[in-house]
Design a binder for this molecule. Structure first.
Ligand code: AHG
Ligand code: MN
Ligand code: MN
Length: 335
């Protein structure tokens, strides 16, 4: 049941009963992400003033060092997630190792693991183009009462209990799933609240947009080259439109709403592709599937891959179901 003018806070509380672990805890965790998103949004929005108030590396008027936004976002998300007694471990693109949280929880009773890409598409910051945050949430697998271990973080994506992203775009939106469909909330900056604006988002089964860094074409596997040529062929609804922002969150978001496919294949430069399995591909794959889309490494379902490393990279093909299946067909044929 979708209500008019429903805020994210209200939605989280109202829908917590549909979550299989009885849990005000997950609600509280999602609320802390909502809070961190607003804080980071405020800072991202000021980025264009950097020439006036000081660039990263400068010292500001209070004598503090200006931080790079990805470092800032990392700190804000970690601080906010640590403040409530819910999260036992965090892994981030910006941290070499995982963080075990026990400052508030000497007895290691907290159950949730969070993995984040605090600022995705950060090269877009300097040119006033959309960036994002990606998050992925699991329950720990090691027993409560003990410190977290790497094993808690190296779970298959199909074990995620929630995942989402924030896109700091022309409007700021928070989109998430707890395994019961995908919903999008738009920030009203005047009031500081996210409102349900995109209930039950669905990927169109087919699309006409393809998103890939075509500058790397020469280095792509043959199957991907063939697929790109297929996208450009004059036949039926093709040639498709090419759109590439260079920020996974924004490219994914557009493709989910309009119908399309995002590809970051492996290449002769990056043997495993570029994107990170744990805090980029898995959360996006979970959202995609919950919205009736699909995510694959070209052969295998992303959510079924058993991770072996925290910062593991993986080739990523994600979007409208029929388009992803077409890529898999091309990959198979080219072996
Ligand atoms: P990040 O800013 O978190 O390092 O991620 C950037 C990623 C992703 O968002 C984007 O789609 C991709 O890198 C772009 O890579 P190319 O510049 O190689 O196309
Ligand atoms: Mn990223
Ligand atoms: Mn990042």
């Amino acid at each position: 049941m979708f209500k008019k003018n429903q805020t994210l806070g209200e939605f989280i509380i109202e829908n917590q009963t549909s979550f299989k672990y009885s849990s005000g805890e997950l609600s509280s965790l999602l609320n802390s992400i909502r809070l961190a998103a607003k804080v980071v949004n405020h800072e991202v929005n000021k980025a264009g003033l950097v020439d006036i108030i000081g660039a990263a590396g400068d010292v500001n008027i209070q004598g503090e060092n200006q931080q790079k936004l990805d470092v800032y976002a990392n700190e804000k998300f970690i601080q906010t997630l640590t403040n409530r007694n819910i999260v036992c471990g965090i892994a981030s693109e910006e941290e070499d190792d995982f963080i075990s949280i026990n400052s508030n929880d000497e007895n290691h009773q907290n159950k949730y693991i969070v993995l984040i890409d605090p600022l995705d598409g950060s090269s877009n910051i300097d040119v006033n183009v959309s960036v994002g945050t990606i998050f992925s949430i699991y329950r720990r697998v090691t027993p409560v009462g003990t410190p977290v271990t790497l094993e808690d973080f190296l779970q298959k994506g199909n074990q995620q209990v929630a995942a989402g992203y924030v896109v700091y775009g022309t409007s700021t939106m928070l989109v998430y799933t707890t395994g019961d469909g995908v919903n999008g909330f738009t920030l009203n900056p005047a009031i500081g609240s996210f409102y349900l604006s995109h209930p039950n988002i669905q990927f169109p089964e087919n699309g006409t947009i393809y998103s890939v860094n075509e500058g790397n074409y020469i280095h792509f596997p043959q199957g991907i080259k063939n697929y790109i040529k297929y996208c450009q062929m004059e036949e039926n609804d093709r040639p498709y439109t090419s759109r590439y922002i260079g920020s996974l969150v924004s490219d994914f978001h557009r493709n989910m709403i309009k119908g399309g496919i995002y590809l970051y294949p492996k290449s002769s430069l990056n043997a495993e592709g570029k994107l990170r399995l744990l805090y980029e591909c898995n959360p996006m794959a979970f959202i995609a599937e919950q919205a009736n889309g699909k995510a694959s490494d070209g052969f295998t379902r992303i959510l079924d891959i058993k991770p072996t490393e925290l910062h593991q990279r993986v080739p990523f093909v994600c979007g409208s179901k029929n388009m992803v299946e077409k890529v898999e067909e091309f990959m198979k044929k080219a072996i």
